[in-house]
Design a protein. Structure first.
Length: 97
């Protein structure tokens, strides 16, 4: 009987760890920081595109976690904005030359 309780306790502890990990807002915070950096570097077109796409990817991964959903959506919006600003500056650069 004690073996079953030990196994059950271990399974319960693993389930709690997994649930705590899925509730962690860390990925949302990271996505938000990357989105802000993407917007700052977006005038450097290719860097803005790469970092903006990274913010979109991290935001998409974080939006599945309820604790980080709002931050993830903001990060995704910042990523899209960074890509658009990067496209604008790339087009402006091509038009000037």
């Amino acid at each position: 009987m004690s073996t079953e309780n030990t196994v059950a306790d271990r399974l319960l502890e693993d389930a709690r760890k997994k649930a705590a990990k899925s509730e962690s807002p860390v990925l949302g915070k990271v996505a938000l920081i990357v989105g802000a950096i993407a917007l700052l570097v977006s005038p450097i077109s290719i860097v803005g595109w790469i970092v903006g796409a990274t913010a979109l990817g991290l935001g998409a991964a974080a939006v599945r976690r309820p604790a980080a959903a709002k931050q993830a959506k903001i990060a995704m919006a910042l990523g899209v904005a960074a890509i658009l600003v990067g496209v604008f500056f790339f087009t402006l650069n091509v038009a000037m030359h």
